[in-house]
Design a protein around this ligand. Structure first.
Ligand SMILES: [Zn+2]
Length: 275
């Protein structure tokens, strides 16, 4: 059995997702205890037969959580596609991922992900996406992330030029905002000074630090992370502290470097519901 690394709360969070994703997925190949019942003879080399988050990983590429940028409704689709239709409002949604590397002044809208590289400069354009990764600079314009806005170490963005459902501060990054942030999830691998209300999960990882006023439903502070300020957690303790025995398998070996490869697993809000 692989060693359990990092904090349990991370496992719990990952397990929640893995369990949820797995619960939605067709049940296959996670248990082979009953060979007489079903023998799906996979082609040799099929990598699916692993427990825990491996099952989630196997399932994950085919399951995407989308938030409609027309009406805000959240839903799940399976499989890759360039567009989809919102089941609630009927809007046709683009799903492409985009990368911006230079000056940008246009309007870009997608239910996929937009990555503004370190050389990217937003100068009057508007970025609307489910997920936005900002490594570059926002001078003017606006960034709206319907799911998660990730701010990397050298990102620059005035606080009045973004709106995000969830916020992630990357390793080594440090941001201070005066405006009150109403978020679903907050994930800190870097530092944030702000007043935050979060109705989802607040995760402070090693190297992460929060300072300010925090009102959260769920809070997890990993060893090496810290916080200071006026903290209020009105959590049902069972939800954040329940660590299922299987969760040890959720992170076999080392914890994946989520700062390098943000995945929809981490991006995903714990509960899908209309905003
Ligand atoms: Zn819609």
């Amino acid at each position: 059995m692989a060693s359990r690394s990092k904090a349990k709360v991370v496992d719990t969070f990952a397990t929640l997702h893995a369990t949820r994703l797995h619960a939605r997925a067709p049940r296959y190949s996670t248990r082979t205890d009953t060979p007489e019942e079903k023998s799906e003879s996979k082609p040799s080399g099929a990598p699916e037969r692993k427990p825990g988050i491996q099952a989630g990983r196997t399932v994950m590429p085919t399951t995407y959580e989308i938030v409609c940028y027309s009406c805000g409704y959240g839903f799940v689709i399976r499989g890759r596609a360039k567009t989809t239709q919102c089941p609630k409002c009927g809007a046709r949604l683009g799903l492409t991922d985009e990368t911006i590397t230079g000056a940008y002044t246009e309007e870009l809208i997608t239910a996929g992900r937009v990555h503004l590289k370190p050389t990217a400069i937003l100068e009057g354009g508007k970025i609307t996406a489910n997920d936005v990764v900002l490594e570059g600079t926002v001078k003017s314009g606006f960034v709206h992330a319907y799911k998660t806005l990730e701010l990397a170490k050298r990102a620059k963005i005035p606080e009045d030029l973004f709106e995000a459902r969830s916020l992630r501060i990357g390793p080594g990054a440090k941001f201070a905002f005066n405006k009150k942030l109403n978020l679903r999830n907050l994930e800190l691998q870097g530092e944030l000074h702000a007043d935050v209300t979060a109705d989802g999960m607040v995760s402070i990882h090693a190297g992460g630090f929060f300072k300010g006023t925090l009102e959260a439903e769920h809070l997890s502070v990993e060893e090496g992370g810290g916080l200071r300020g006026d903290i209020s957690v009105r959590s049902a303790a069972t939800e954040t502290e329940t660590v299922k025995p299987e969760s040890g398998d959720a992170t076999p070996g080392e914890t994946p470097p989520k700062d390098k490869t943000p995945t929809s697993l981490q991006d995903a809000p714990p509960v899908i519901r209309p905003l």
